[in-house]
Design a protein around this ligand. Structure first.
Ligand SMILES: [Zn+2]
Length: 466
């Protein structure tokens, strides 16, 4: 079995910061020892990695990606192969993607289809959530089977009538089932029926530009849906995880529920922390690059999101990575913003953008690791195999240079998409080396990974309940 020692770095986990050497045997971490001590110096290894001056952090866990997702008559432009490779370049070593149930079909058929897309193609480890698009007696029963085989979370939509939408009765039934079988309900919380009325009225008034996407998807309709989802979960006695929270008033709903002691959790994404309706209003059709749902909000909302991340009213930052090329895909919505495919690229940028938040003083170093690695692993039943550096954990480890600088750009990123939502943004900090289960996949700007190294990760139920 290959023995690797990572020497002299500052090991940062959600709980600790320590100057320690890390001993890896095969695919797992087996020990940590204080740097410079006889114990650490006594370790012999096949490979020594010098981490002096670097952070040694757990590989990122991105719990919200959509590789190859069919949406709006096209498909997300990253495959499992290109998307997981880009993730690794950015220091993320586990993704949890969304398998999709088609209306009229079984969960099994959807899950099998997504396994077929991912199997043999991923550069890093991956798991699946299941999108419940058709809640009925049969699919409710199937939820139990999926939980038992490690697909332990289910996304429902209060948005997108006619596509993924569930009504309140269906949502309540799915939550009740989750309360029984341990499945965690993840909610896209926006009032889709009301939004569709506003879309129709906007288009009739000749308001067709991308910025109207942000205007019709009103903040009130996010807050209302979050409130309603919380009440339904309270009736069902189930926990609730709200995906991609973007509005200050939605954070307030989550905070109020948590103050009551409820198992209610919230995720936000880098695009809501760093971008705004100013981007949606960029001249010409440029705003289409920033069309996603929930939409980007006015800049004022960012302070509430950062505060939520500091106070733990928001627990996780995922990307909702769902890239569509500007040319040929986003362009489907020229002259009608409602036809712009919803989604942004970001899986490669999350760890760096959140490290920048450490540099900028929004969050602490340990909180960076908590919201990007440890909590998503706990929330979705992957801890402590993923999300930390500890004896027994998978050796998913990033050596991070906190002083290197970089400029984000479509010219240099590895995502299969023709633009960057952060083009030209300068960041302090960058990935130096990435290990996935003990194997070096990225080192010093060179790629050593391979499609098929990544394995499906069956997950336990939520490990984050109060
Ligand atoms: Zn999503």
């Amino acid at each position: 079995m290959t023995r690797t020692v990572i020497r002299g770095g500052l090991v940062v986990t959600a709980a600790e910061e320590m100057h320690a050497d890390v001993l890896i045997e095969g695919e797992r971490v087996v020990a940590l020892a204080a740097y410079g001590t006889s114990v650490a110096e006594g370790w012999t290894a096949d490979r020594e990695i010098d981490a002096r001056g670097l952070y040694v952090v757990p590989g990122g866990v991105d719990a919200h990606t959509h590789m190859e997702l069919p949406f709006g008559g096209t498909s997300a432009s990253d495959t499992f192969e290109t998307g997981t490779r880009a993730a690794a370049w950015g220091g993320t070593t586990t993704i949890v993607d969304f398998a999709v149930q088609s209306v009229g079909a079984t969960l099994r058929a959807g899950l099998d289809a997504w396994h077929a897309k991912a199997d043999g193609n991923c550069a890093i480890d991956y798991g699946f959530h299941m999108i419940l698009a058709d809640v009925n007696e049969h699919s409710l029963k199937e939820m139990d089977l999926l939980v038992a085989e490690g697909v332990s979370s289910f996304k429902l939509f209060m948005a997108y009538p006619g596509v993924f939408y569930s009504d309140d009765g269906q949502i309540l039934r799915a939550m009740q089932r989750g309360a029984d079988n341990g499945g965690l309900v993840m909610m896209h919380a926006e009032n889709g029926l009301a939004i569709d009325v506003l879309v129709e009225q906007a288009l009739a008034a000749g308001h067709t530009d991308p910025r109207y996407h942000g205007e019709v998807r009103r903040e009130l309709l996010e807050a209302e849906a979050v409130h309603r989802a919380i009440k339904l979960s309270q009736v069902a006695g189930s926990p609730l995880y709200v995906v991609h929270v973007s509005a200050a008033s939605a954070v307030a709903e989550l905070a109020a529920a948590r103050d009551q002691g409820l198992n209610v959790f919230g995720e936000t994404c880098p695009q809501y922390l760093y971008l705004s309706t100013d981007n949606l209003a960029e001249p010409g059709f440029e705003g289409a690059k920033y069309v996603c749902s929930t939409p980007l909000r006015p800049k004022e909302h960012q302070a509430a999101l950062w505060k939520g991340l500091r106070t733990n009213d928001l627990q996780v930052v995922s990307t909702d990575h769902c890239p569509f090329c500007f040319v040929g895909q986003k362009e489907l919505g020229r002259g009608d913003f409602s036809k712009i495919p919803n989604g942004l690229p970001g899986v490669e940028n999350r760890m760096d953008l959140l490290h920048q938040a450490v540099v900028d003083g929004h969050i602490s170093r340990r909180r960076w690791i908590e919201i990007a690695c440890a909590t998503p692993a706990r929330m979705f039943g992957l801890y402590p195999r993923k999300g930390t550096i500890a004896p027994g954990a998978d050796a998913d480890i990033v050596l991070y240079d906190p002083t290197a600088t970089q400029t984000l750009s479509a010219q240099t990123h590895h995502m299969n998409v023709d633009y960057s939502a952060y083009e030209g943004r300068q960041l302090t900090g960058r990935v130096r080396t990435v290990l996935s289960r003990g194997t070096v996949v990225v080192d010093d700007n060179r790629w050593f990974g391979r499609a098929g190294h990544g394995r499906f990760q069956p997950r336990a139920t939520c490990q984050y309940l109060i």
